[in-house]
Design a protein around this ligand. Structure first.
Ligand SMILES: Cc1cc2nc3c(=O)[nH]c(=O)nc-3n(C[C@H](O)[C@H](O)[C@H](O)COP(=O)(O)O)c2cc1C
Length: 154
């Protein structure tokens, strides 16, 4: 049964679009080989990521990310075993809240959740699952498909 975990961490410095693309490129390339799927969110200088796959593989990857100098204070929010993967179509998807226009109702919800998740730990699996399903819905509705992350201009 696939294993899932969600963590958050602080970016060691403000990430540019180029920085984020570099992370996403390596993540997609490696995760395809590892059979790992998931989603990465960058918001207000913090990362929130869900990793899904074989337990040992996912935990090893988490360890690697923990040691990555681009982030610090990595905090595990939840782990779970689940029948199906939420992000099964993506080796790693990327979600970015739009900055240049007013947020739609679902986006406001995501934003409020993100603020809440950024300063707490030990989230119930259910809360996080609902959160990630909402993110997935938005990605799908934006026609954001496999391995073509839209990250931003700079
Ligand atoms: C926030 C964040 C998320 C990352 N997510 C992944 C990921 O999902 N998969 C991955 O292989 N690397 C990810 N990385 C990059 C790894 O930390 C590491 O740099 C990369 O796997 C290359 O490792 P290697 O040089 O040992 O091959 C992430 C890095 C950061 C800062």
């Amino acid at each position: 049964m696939p294993f899932q975990l969600t963590y958050h961490s602080l970016a060691s410095r403000e990430m540019t679009g180029k920085d984020l693309k570099a992370i996403m490129n390596i993540a997609i390339e490696n995760n395809q080989k590892l059979g790992v799927t998931g989603c990465l969110i960058y918001y207000n200088n913090f990362f929130l990521q869900i990793l899904e796959g074989e337990k040992g593989t996912v935990l090893e990857l988490l360890n690697k990310i923990k040691q990555d100098h681009r982030n610090e204070q990595l905090t595990l929010l939840s782990t779970d075993e689940s029948e199906d993967r939420i992000f099964k179509d993506w080796a790693m998807s990327f979600y970015h809240l739009p900055e240049k226009r007013e947020l739609a109702a679902e986006e406001v919800q995501i934003k409020n959740h993100l603020i809440e998740l950024s300063d707490s730990s030990d989230k119930p699996n259910f809360t996080l699952k609902v959160f990630w399903y909402n993110v997935r819905q938005i990605l799908l509705s934006e026609g954001y498909f496999r391995d073509s992350p839209y990250i931003g201009e700079n």
